[in-house]
Design a protein around this ligand. Sequence first.
Ligand SMILES: NC(=O)c1ccc[n+]([C@@H]2O[C@H](COP(=O)([O-])OP(=O)(O)OC[C@H]3O[C@@H](n4cnc5c(N)ncnc54)[C@H](O)[C@@H]3O)[C@@H](O)[C@H]2O)c1
Ligand SMILES: [Zn+2]
Length: 299
Amino acid sequence: MVEQACRELARLHVDRRETLVAIGGGALTDAAGFIAASYLRGVPIVQVPTTLVGQIDAALGGKTAVDLPEGKNLVGAFHQPVAFVADVSLLATLPPRQLRAALGEAVKMGVLGDERLLELIEEDGEAMARGDRQTFESGSLAEVVERCAWAKVEVVSADERESGPRMTLNLGHTIGHGIEAAAGYSKILHGEAVAYGLRGAFAIARALDITTPERAARVNALLDRLGLGIAPPAVSMESVAEHMATDKKHALGRLSWVLPTATGVIVRADVPADAVAAGIAAALRLAPVTTTAEVPVRP
Ligand SMILES: NC(=O)c1ccc[n+]([C@@H]2O[C@H](COP(=O)([O-])OP(=O)(O)OC[C@H]3O[C@@H](n4cnc5c(N)ncnc54)[C@H](O)[C@@H]3O)[C@@H](O)[C@H]2O)c1
Ligand SMILES: [Zn+2]
């Protein structure tokens, strides 16, 4: 598709001053962004995401990429859009599963430190997940989109290339990516995997006493109500751990973990293997989600 689209641009004699407009979900805006980064070594692009994932995450931040049979996002570039337009009314036709899954990513943005965002999702998240009209009319869905989008813009503006603060956006993604990869990227949507990963990150943070039992209970209860990360996914602990070990975000062979505190997150590179195992077990719902007692440690 990328080759075909680039050839079409060439056929139309599109020159470097002309702006591309990408209208679609994250798969499309990622590919269009890559085309914009590459065609004539870079043309401007306006991103118009039409999915909740696109509006709160994928179309923002300038990471563009396409997948190869060998792996996800292996060919890409950093290319910031000249403008970003999120029209929440477009989300009215999204399948409810897509809406629900994207809320996993919205919960993550709240856990990074936006109290109001967490409250909004606590109040209205179940209705948003159902695609309830009232969440469009009241403006609560729009506020979720706006808060998530601005939070991402702020983090990315401070650290475009992910040398520091941008890494915090990976909260829930270390185990989440492991689950997605272990499931072959087919049965589990990204936001659903992130929800499992969030539960795992909270279990690790509890095991290391980084977060409070109240914070962990609150976020796990919110995910319960949203219907996210509930049933144990059909993947083994071993295969999740294996796929985590090949994750491209390894810093010097050692996994850096973004872990929740009582109000935000910290990055730790010294998480012991037993805590990681407890985290994966909790993410896969093999161990009870521990709220007040310590997380059981599995070898
Ligand atoms: N670049 C980044 O920083 C970043 C961040 C997160 C995700 N992503 C990427 O985004 C992709 C996932 O994006 P997504 O969740 O938007 O999925 P998607 O692009 O696959 O879209 C999901 C489905 O919804 C359909 N659709 C799109 N808009 C619609 C609408 N308004 N009404 C009805 N149907 C609609 C699409 O045709 C598709 O079938 C993944 O490839 C992921 O890697 C990128
Ligand atoms: Zn994500």
